[in-house]
Ligand binder design. Structure first.
Ligand code: UDX
Length: 442
């Protein structure tokens, strides 16, 4: 495999993983980020966030001498392919994506783009962007380099695996055939070892490649809100949504994955991506095409309030001063990410109602202590549940799923558990004397 010199601009979840994995595959990589503390941490071999397996890959790549991180964009100058993986958060007070970081990265990079013996430098956009962004950025880059759009589909918690063994690679290429060939060949060289394994590689125009990412995330969000809407129907009919999901999932046109009803989706991608997609559709005069996503979003947010209502009901309406244990703060297990986390949202709403919320999360605990000093963060589930009038399981960490209801029952004030993720063995908890409340389950 030919070694390619790469830069990765933006070393957040996406960039830090991409830089580490590409160096581990054998390429020579420099990761660039404006945050000096993050760069120092990465150079010391410490991932700035919790991601299984990343520490090992990062340290192996640093030890090989093929990976380093820098705050100086000039260090990217000798690279042939420049990946851009900076954040595109939701704008304050609007649904639209904030493209400030993408534009800043491209503006800073362009003066450092140089043609090499293999031809012009290739800029490969990875950030999730509103459709039309790549065409605009290509104008900005002009003749300084060739732009490709190469969306990333990694899931937090499986980021390393998803990067080195993706389901598919998608390249959005320029309309000009010669430029398209340059971009395609450069990306093929970067991903040679992945392509050798037969990974599907799909090429298209910029707009189609940009849309693949938001369409995939919209579909996943819709699937989750669909099953949560069915959970609402189960709640008014006494039916069981877990059974329903399994039974419809046997139809392989539907499939069993992403049909877990509960407190809904969160994180740094699905919520903001569907909102930015709606905003972009509005700008393009196609608002109607995506109005269903508005419903997907509101079904999702309704689940959070539903859990708050169930808790208030369990406390017989007397919330102020009542100890409530919240197990989980991250938006999903195996992550310390609390961005738009349903678990943290529910905990905050209960705290706002005056409950004495004690929250615990195996990975997000330290993050919470830093950014939410208002919350009572505990170190263990046993500590959080002591004296609790109700226990809420909101992030399905294995250590919470495996809790012993008999042992836990000895330290609570009232044996009431709300299973926000429908992962506990309801029969075992009931047998241990608990009032078990699942979502969309009788
Ligand atoms: C998602 C996409 O899966 C990934 O392909 C894309 O690149 C980025 O966005 P991620 O945000 O890491 O990845 O999380 P994901 O595993 O998709 O879960 C998103 C949320 O949905 C979590 O809060 C999770 O708890 C929730 N979820 C997922 C459900 O509520 N039910 C399910 O059945 C599945």
């Amino acid at each position: 495999m030919a070694i390619v010199k790469l830069s990765v601009i933006g070393c957040g979840y996406l960039g830090a993983v991409h830089a580490s994995c590409m160096a581990d595959l054998g390429h020579e990589v420099v990761g660039i980020d404006v945050d000096a503390a993050k760069v120092a941490q990465l150079n010391a071999g410490e991932p700035p966030f919790h991601e299984p397996g990343l520490g090992e890959v990062l340290r192996r790549a640093l030890d090989s001498g093929r990976l380093r991180f820098s705050t100086d964009m000039a260090d990217a100058a000798s690279a042939r392919v420049h990946f851009v993986g900076v954040g595109t958060p939701q704008q304050q007070g609007s649904y639209a994506a904030d493209l400030t970081y993408v534009d800043a990265a491209i503006d800073a990079l362009v003066p450092h783009l140089h043609a090499g013996s293999d031809g012009p430098a290739v800029v490969a956009g990875k950030s999730t962007v509103p459709v039309g962004t790549a065409a605009r950025l290509a104008e900005k880059i002009g003749d300084a380099g060739v732009l490709a759009w190469n969306p990333e589909f990694l899931r937090e918690g499986f980021a390393v695996q998803d990067t080195v063994a993706p389901d598919r690679l998608v390249y959005g290429l320029p309309g000009d055939d010669a430029k398209a060939a340059v971009a395609r060949d450069a990306l093929d060289a970067v991903y040679a070892s992945i392509l050798e394994r037969g990974t599907p590689r799909l090429t298209a125009d910029y707009a189609s490649a940009e849309l693949v990412k938001v369409a995939a995330n919209s579909f996943l969000a819709t699937k989750i809100s669909f099953i949560n809407a069915m959970a609402e129907m189960c709640e008014v009919t006494g039916a069981d949504v877990s059974f329903l999901a399994e039974a419809i999932g046997h139809d392989d046109r539907i499939g069993k994955k992403f049909l877990k009803a509960g407190i809904g989706f969160g994180g740094g991608c699905l919520p903001k991506d569907i909102r930015a997609f709606m905003a972009r559709a509005g700008e393009l005069g196609a608002e109607q095409s995506l109005t269903f996503l508005r419903e997907v979003d509101s079904i999702n947010l309704r689940r959070r309030q539903h859990v708050v209502n169930l808790t208030v009901h369990a406390l017989e309406g007397r919330v102020p001063g009542k100890p409530v244990a919240v197990l989980g703060a991250a938006f999903k297990p195996h992550s310390d990410d609390i961005r738009d986390s349903p678990a943290l949202d529910v905990a905050s709403r209960l705290s706002g109602l005056g409950a004495k919320v004690r929250i615990v999360d195996p990975a997000a605990g330290p993050v919470l202590r830093r950014v939410r000093p208002d919350l009572d963060v505990r170190d263990s589930a046993h500590d959080a549940v002591a004296g609790a009038h109700v226990v809420l399981l909101l992030t399905e960490w294995p250590e919470f799923r495996d809790l012993d209801p008999v042992e836990l029952g000895e330290s609570v004030e009232h044996r009431t558990i709300i299973d926000g993720r429908n992962v506990l063995d309801s029969a075992a908890w009931r047998a241990a004397g608990w009032t078990y409340i699942g979502l969309g389950r009788p």
